[in-house]
Ligand binder design. Structure first.
Ligand SMILES: [Fe+2]
Length: 325
């Protein structure tokens, strides 16, 4: 048993230059943390060694409000089950970071078979790749081809879609939505303006004010977009999100003038992320707002254009991200 344990520890240490590893005892107290682990969590080994991981990172909690373990090591010590190659998003309440990792855990037992230590390894992974892997029943190539088609006509829209998808995932995770909802948020961000494929280029790229007639044409894009999406297998769940992303909380938006909670929740999120990215992007006719100016504008429009509760959460989420960077 002794040899076996040593061999397992050696295997973990060998791969430690790229992946973080952490050893805790059965009382969740940190025994070792390597450099990669500390970089991942933006901490120092002297700040974690000897500390209790539940108290340090998870406010003393083992599980979130849906009953899921907050980290793979906690689950392993609690259940006695080792974890192999699990894609996890660990949310630390220590620095509010969401870290996507491929995690493994190993148990080290004493001569009587009792758990003595648990070792966790954490390899950081691209969270968008994780989300895309969940979409195996959806033809992502078709979706990307659509986005490319818009990009050919309007470089801003293509880049904008990716940025909005990124903001949607950040906000969805901050709101602690389920993995399914996070995936929908990502997809909705990518495709929300796909209906602009039917808008002439002279209108898409027009600097300054649009005429009433031009604005009428632009206003068709949420409905056109939802009709295009309805044709793609697996995207049924996001057609109404796209259709309503220009509704306003006060009911003065389009296409249907829905108000308040009659607007789908993810559309209310999308409306904020869309506006934030539009404000902070460079356009040919104006300089971008700073993040602070854009957040101030969202605050000003909360309850009018935007859902007031989601606006407040978006502002907090963005400010926390600013502090971390
Ligand atoms: Fe739009």
């Amino acid at each position: 048993m002794e040899q076996n344990i040593l061999a397992r520890i050696a295997a973990v240490i060998q791969s430690s230059s790229v992946q973080g590893w952490l050893v805790v005892d059965r009382d969740f107290k940190v025994v070792h943390a390597n450099e990669a682990y500390c970089q991942l969590w933006k901490t120092k080994s002297e700040e974690v060694i000897g500390k209790h991981i539940l108290k340090l990172f998870f406010k003393g909690q083992k599980k979130d409000n849906r009953g899921n373990y907050l980290g793979p090591l906690i689950e392993t010590i609690d259940t006695g089950r080792e974890i192999a190659l699990m894609e996890v998003c660990v949310t630390s309440q220590y620095n509010d970071a969401n870290i996507w990792c491929l995690a493994n855990t190993y148990l080290l037992r004493d001569s009587e078979g009792r758990i003595e230590y648990a070792v966790g390894t954490y390899l950081p992974i691209d969270k968008f790749k994780v989300i895309e892997r969940r979409l195996d029943n959806i033809n992502l190539d078709i979706i990307k081809a659509f986005c490319k088609a818009i990009g050919v006509r309007d470089a801003y829209t293509k880049q904008h879609s990716e940025c909005v998808a990124y903001l949607m995932v950040e906000l969805a995770e901050y709101l602690n939505l389920s993995p399914d909802e996070v995936t929908k948020a990502y997809l909705a961000g990518i495709v929300h303006d796909v209906g602009k494929i039917g808008v002439p280029e002279r209108i898409l790229g027009k600097p300054g004010r649009l005429s009433d007639e031009e604005f009428k044409i632009i206003k068709c894009h949420p409905v056109k977009g939802s009709e295009i999406i309805a044709e793609i297998d697996g995207l049924g769940a996001i057609t109404s999100i796209v259709r309503h992303h220009h509704e306003r909380y006060d009911g003065r938006g389009y296409p249907e003038g829905l108000a308040g909670e009659n607007i789908p929740f993810l559309s209310r999120m999308l409306c904020i992320c869309d506006a934030f990215d539009a404000m902070t992007s460079q356009r040919c006719y104006r300089d971008p707002y700073t993040t602070e100016q854009a957040l101030e504008e969202i605050k000003r429009c909360a309850g009018l254009q935007f859902d007031p509760i989601i606006s407040e959460q978006f502002i907090t989420c963005m400010k926390k991200q600013l502090q971390r960077n």
